[in-house]
Ligand binder design. Sequence first.
Ligand SMILES: [Ca+2]
Ligand SMILES: [Ca+2]
Ligand SMILES: [Ca+2]
Ligand SMILES: [Ca+2]
Length: 343
Amino acid sequence: MKRNYLIITFLMVFVLLGCPPPKARKKMPRIFALTYSMETRTEPSFLITDDFNRNHILDLVVVNSGGQSFSFYKGNGDGTFKDQRVFRTGRDPICLVSADFNDDGYKDIGVLNYADQTIQIYLNTRLGSFQKINQLLEPGKIPINMASGDFNGDGRIDLIVTMRFSNVVMMLGKGNGYFSEPKSMDVKGQPTGVVVGDYNQDGMIDVAVALAGTGNKGVQILWGKGDGEFESSKVFKAGKQPLSIVSIDVNNDGLMDFVTSSNSLHALTTIVNNGDKTFDSLRDFASGNFPKFVVASDFTGDGLQDIAVSNATDDAITISLGKGDGTFTYPPIYHREILMAMD
Ligand SMILES: [Ca+2]
Ligand SMILES: [Ca+2]
Ligand SMILES: [Ca+2]
Ligand SMILES: [Ca+2]
């Protein structure tokens, strides 16, 4: 149980990332001061924040990989959370997405069950609870990550799923929590992370897929045509083995860029959007050891986007502050003491 406390403390830093800082803070040495721990079920491994009960306060959802469940907590609005409610999932849930899948104005939850190779949708009952949809989505072999967006312009939220060693799959939402049959799309390598956004500012949502493993490594864009079809880009350089990808405007020009993490190489890579459907990667910069997930936000309130990285073998979160020119401050700011304080 102690391990659960530790991990949730670790994860809590990421929750704080979603909250606006109370005021602009001075730079070094620490960005986050507040920490507290909450109980979860076994092996919390991934979390998201969103406002599920529409009170303008962020709530928290954590998947418990070992507990075959996810925990939902209501936000108090001061960085703390209450009322854990636990919902059963499939085996080894590893990824979450929040979106309004049935178009009732309330955010729902999608859970990717890695061991079952399934995705389940839980509709928000608006009463602080979630109801599982009967349909069990089966995107294919070894689903690893997912994102949501309306890819065919019908106003209904769709899903895009990366399959670890093969392809990318899109499932069109029917607007009631159910989805159509998966549609497979080829990519030029082995997919890992996926993010969505309008990267060429044509008003149509695009998909960025990180590729790592054997074959091509980098980031490939599937340029959305707005009707559920995509135009495939070439693979842009994005570090040696990009496993996690985040959209972030690193140079403040209004175009979304990317930062990827290459886990075993302790490196982060910035990929700058040229605005003409091409991207250039900058030189790798150092993170902590074994960077895993990367998230982006303006932590210091200076209008420039910063990044936070979970470093698996350091048991530490590192923060690198954006300078607004595509580069980040060095060395990264360690937030390991949060965990050590728990011992
Ligand atoms: Ca809903
Ligand atoms: Ca749609
Ligand atoms: Ca676009
Ligand atoms: Ca930019």
